[in-house]
Design a protein around this ligand. Structure first.
Ligand code: HMG
Ligand code: MG
Length: 306
């Protein structure tokens, strides 16, 4: 078994973490969160979404948030863009304010595709086609997310062949990297392994990442299984915040703090300062007036208090 020496964490808290919040989180708070995350050493931050504000009101301040961040050169800022309208909005301002990467998101289940983005899987790919072309023309990187890669809130178990099919469709339109997403957190290590293997039939190991919601408490086990397979890129969310408004009952992504703690304990480098990360999690948890979902943050708070 050869584990990676380095793991790249893509922090999705400002986007996936906050998109489902009922209370409006002001742009200043989102910006401060991004500042604290980058101060903790995160170099990949998914900041916001250019989606319909009627569908996801919390992300309506996308342009203000992107404009308010004091950027660091080493950080890559990404945003979700489901269609050309979203992409054009993301690059409407001067180049310094563009995202360096956009994310197009499809589903491995038809029902979820309809609920989340109001179209079939094939239609979603046709919407992404001009988005990918426009991004490439502007030298913006393109990542794809494959939602419900293990299970769907409407259809139940999802076959790995569905993941391969979506990966093939994404690859054919020029998507450079795919994230295998367990949107509702039902996966267990062998199921997740199969979903990852399905993506690896199309993309190389350096172009596949894991995105695991932790609804059933399996996300760290699933992450470990992926590490053993050589996967070295994962999306995680500060304080374990998050969920998708169109995946009822799904909780947040695996907490960044918990993944970083696990990796540190395994001697795997992330470049992240766990203490500063805990502070970033404390900041957003205090704002939301909710205890953190990170087990590591809870344990370290108790230790600090003692
Ligand atoms: P639609 O209604 O089919 O779109 O929605 P449409 O093209 O027919 O347009 C209808 C209205 O939406 C129009 O406005 C458009 O201007 C507007 P109106 O004339 O009615 O006032 N519109 C937009 N506004 C702003 N930005 C845009 C945009 N596009 C259209 N880009 C659409 C299709 C995709 C827009 C809609 O379904 C939508 O916004 N869905 C939200 C999806 C979403 O954000 N889900 C959560 C993120 S995905 C996720 O969390 C999963 C992930 O974490 C991985 C995992 O865990 O699985 C990534
Ligand atoms: Mg997600």
């Amino acid at each position: 078994m050869s584990l990676p020496n380095y793991v790249k964490i893509v922090e999705v808290g400002p986007r996936d973490g906050l998109q489902n919040e009922k209370q409006t989180v002001p742009a200043e708070v989102k910006i401060e969160l991004v500042h604290r995350l980058q101060a903790a050493g995160l170099t990949e931050i998914e900041v916001t979404s250019y989606v319909s504000p009627k569908w996801v009101p919390q992300m309506a301040d996308n342009t203000a948030v992107m404009a308010g961040i004091k950027r660091k050169n080493i950080v890559r800022y990404s945003v979700l863009t489901p269609n050309l309208q979203g992409f054009n909005a993301a690059v409407a301002s001067e180049k310094e304010l563009w995202p360096q990467e956009i994310v197009v998101f499809a589903a491995a289940s038809e029902a979820f595709s309809q609920k989340n983005i109001n179209c079939s899987i094939e239609e979603s790919i046709e919407r992404f086609r001009p988005v990918v072309a426009a991004a490439k023309e502007k030298h913006v990187s393109v990542r794809g997310a494959i939602s419900c890669a293990v299970g769907c809130p409407y259809e139940g178990d999802v076959a790995p062949s569905q993941v391969t099919k979506v990966a093939e469709l994404m690859h054919a339109i020029g998507v450079e990297h795919v994230g295998v997403a367990d949107t509702i957190g039902v996966g267990t290590p062998i199921k997740v392994q199969r979903a990852i293997q399905a993506a690896l039939q199309v993309y190389g190991i350096n172009e596949v990442s894991g995105h695991f919601h932790d609804t059933y408490g399996q996300a760290l086990s699933n992450t470990l299984r992926c590490l053993e397979m050589g996967v070295w890129q994962f999306d995680t969310s500060i304080a374990g915040l998050g969920g998708c408004p169109y995946a009822k009952g799904a909780t947040g992504n695996v907490a960044t703090e918990d993944v970083v703690y696990m990796l540190q304990g395994m001697g795997i480098d992330t470049g992240i300062d766990l203490d500063k990360l805990i502070d970033a999690g404390q900041y957003i948890s205090d704002y939301l007036q909710r205890p953190t979902n990170s087990r590591v943050a809870k344990a370290l708070f108790s230790k600090r208090a003692a």
